[in-house]
Design a protein around this ligand. Structure first.
Ligand code: HEC
Length: 133
């Protein structure tokens, strides 16, 4: 019995020696965060830079900060409804032909799926034995 207890305790001690660490978890997480960060942003507004940004800046940042856009995610239809709501209640003008450009931009860059709420599942995890010093 004593022998088994000693064996058990020793095993406990040694299991620490062979503790494994998931190194690639951190590497992969860093990559995900970096990928989210490499999108080009307009320094003035913080909005994603693309070919329709100038129109969104012209039509959408004179009454309020771009932060109201940045804080929201809607579908194309949802953005259209917001525009209609501002037109009905907050003196937003008719956007005319430019509405398509504005909606293209908002749908592409600020759709509900565009947010990285959670990193992708880890793949190809490489394990290694932790050296004891
Ligand atoms: C004529 C002024 C004006 C312009 C131009 C304007 N907005 Fe607004 N917008 C407002 C006002 C006023 C509010 C309400 C602010 C508040 O609640 O404090 C608002 C609110 C918002 C909100 C927040 C809505 C919510 O549910 O809280 C979003 C998103 C938004 N605007 C996007 C846009 C976009 C996109 C454009 C360009 C098409 C735009 N705005 C152009 C006046 C404007």
């Amino acid at each position: 019995m004593k022998f088994f207890i000693i064996l058990f305790l020793t095993a406990g001690l040694f299991s620490n020696t062979f503790r494994t660490v998931r190194i690639s978890e951190n590497a992969s997480l860093a990559k995900t965060l970096m990928a989210a960060d490499t999108t080009k942003k307009d320094p003035e507004t913080g909005l994603v830079a693309d070919e329709n940004l100038y129109m969104v800046k012209a039509q959408c940042t004179s009454c309020h900060s771009s932060k109201l856009i940045l804080a929201n995610r809607f579908t194309r239809d949802g953005w259209k409804q917001k525009i209609r709501w501002m037109q009905a209640n907050h003196n937003l003008w008719e956007l005319g032909d430019t509405e398509k450009q504005v909606l293209d931009y908002l749908e592409k860059n600020y759709a509900p799926t565009a947010s990285v709420a959670r990193r992708a599942a880890l793949k190809d995890i490489k394990w290694y034995k932790l050296e004891q010093n």
